[in-house]
Design a protein around this ligand. Structure first.
Ligand SMILES: Cc1cc2nc3c(=O)[nH]c(=O)nc-3n(C[C@H](O)[C@H](O)[C@H](O)COP(=O)(O)OP(=O)(O)OC[C@H]3O[C@@H](n4cnc5c(N)ncnc54)[C@H](O)[C@@H]3O)c2cc1C
Length: 348
């Protein structure tokens, strides 16, 4: 039996104290924290684990709530149910954990709030991403299966989903209204454009929108057959296979802030499907008050940014030199994208 009080010769090398947050480091503490410190030492026999009191009071980043929830569509929601750090020093936000991690690499320096803000903005601008992985958020989400299919592609999250093998799938479907039936986009094979139900709707368009609603009715009626087959003893894992992807599922989804920003960047984008965009915007709104400095930087450097290709930069250089800003390519899609960017930049 190894003696826990003696050094283990097989243990991994321990980094210097300044790089090892698990190692107790003497920090100046206020007088009233002394008793708590001593109590901690007594509980642990004064050995190995030492409890170092906080320098100031802690506050809950969720204000003591068990969840912060946003309802979406008929049966959907996204709820923030936990955060890391959950507790932060009074007067700070969860952005503090990013600054704390970054200072391991950049040194303590001064700790003024505006400098912390500058550091976070610098990190995000220069894609020094690992400090953002020190913050995590856990969500409880209810969404239609066709949205879950897109969402699950973000592999860096931890997911636990409702089991249709173990439990009966509830009779809950995503159902856009007859005036929300979108037309296939002509420009983008993956997208929609205008609605069938708005403006001057032709009789043919009205009929198509009605047919779409009948199609959903038919698909939703399958739930009664699913229930009947389950009651007749067909296993739930098999009975469910005829249900449509408009059925709602639920999961717990936990992800670090770096990868959440990536998720938001892709799924708040105009190219993402409208329904997942609604969830992404809601996720953004749930975390923005908890990491406000990061989300401000994210808005400045990602959401509000326009990314330029080399050809586009050359077109701009040519324009600045008094020439044309036409793109040097025959590719129609690239040209169309440049047109959109020119309009966004006020150059069109
Ligand atoms: C508008 C839009 C349209 C899309 N259309 C389609 C489509 O038609 N078909 C389709 O299949 N998908 C489609 N996708 C999904 C897309 O291809 C990505 O799978 C999805 O956006 C997740 O991105 P990600 O891999 O960067 O995210 P994550 O899985 O969260 O990964 C984040 C980053 O981690 C790294 N990483 C994670 N896992 C690995 C790994 N195993 N190996 C190496 N690096 C890894 C990569 O750098 C990756 O960028 C679409 C996405 C969008 C936003």
């Amino acid at each position: 039996m190894p003696d826990p009080t003696r050094p283990n010769p097989h243990a991994a090398p321990v980094p210097p104290a300044s790089l090892n947050p698990a190692r107790p480091v003497e920090v100046p503490v206020p007088e009233d924290a002394g008793a708590a410190r001593q109590a901690g030492a007594a509980v642990n026999g004064g050995e190995r684990v030492r409890r170092i009191a906080a320098e100031s009071a802690w506050v809950d980043v969720m204000g003591g709530a068990s969840r912060h929830e946003i309802r979406l569509y008929d049966h959907g929601f996204i709820a923030l149910i936990d955060a890391m750090p959950r507790l932060v020093p009074a007067g700070q936000t969860a952005d503090a954990a990013i600054v704390q991690a970054a200072r391991v690499s950049y040194g303590a320096g001064t700790r003024r709030v505006n400098e912390d803000r500058g550091l976070i903005r610098y990190l995000l601008r220069h894609r020094h991403t690992t400090p953002f992985e020190m913050v995590e958020f856990k969500f409880h989400v209810s969404m239609p299966i066709f949205i879950a299919r897109q969402w699950i592609r973000h592999r860096t999250a931890n997911v636990n989903e409702y089991s249709g093998r173990y439990s009966v799938m509830p009779d809950r479907f995503y159902r856009p209204g007859p005036d929300q039936v979108r037309k296939q986009s002509r420009a983008n094979r993956q997208g929609s454009e205008s609605l069938f139900g708005t403006g001057e709707q032709t009789p043919e368009e009205a009929l198509t929108a009605r047919r779409f609603m009948e199609y959903l009715d038919e698909a939703e009626r399958l739930h009664a057959r699913y229930t009947d087959l389950s009651e007749r003893g067909v296993s739930r894992e098999l009975a469910r296979i005829g249900l449509p992807v408009s059925l709602y599922t639920e999961w717990y989804w936990k992800c670090d802030l770096h990868n959440i920003l990536r998720f938001l960047s892709l799924r708040m984008d105009a190219h993402a499907q409208e329904e997942i965009r609604a969830y992404a915007v809601a996720m953004h709104d749930l975390i923005a008050p908890i990491v406000p400095v990061t989300m401000e930087a994210f808005a400045d450097y990602e959401l509000g940014a326009v990314r330029l290709t080399r050809l586009e930069v050359e077109a701009l250089r040519s324009r600045a030199a008094g020439g044309s800003d036409a793109l040097a390519t025959d590719n129609a899609r690239e040209r169309a994208e440049w047109e959109r960017k020119r309009a966004e930049l006020g150059l069109a």
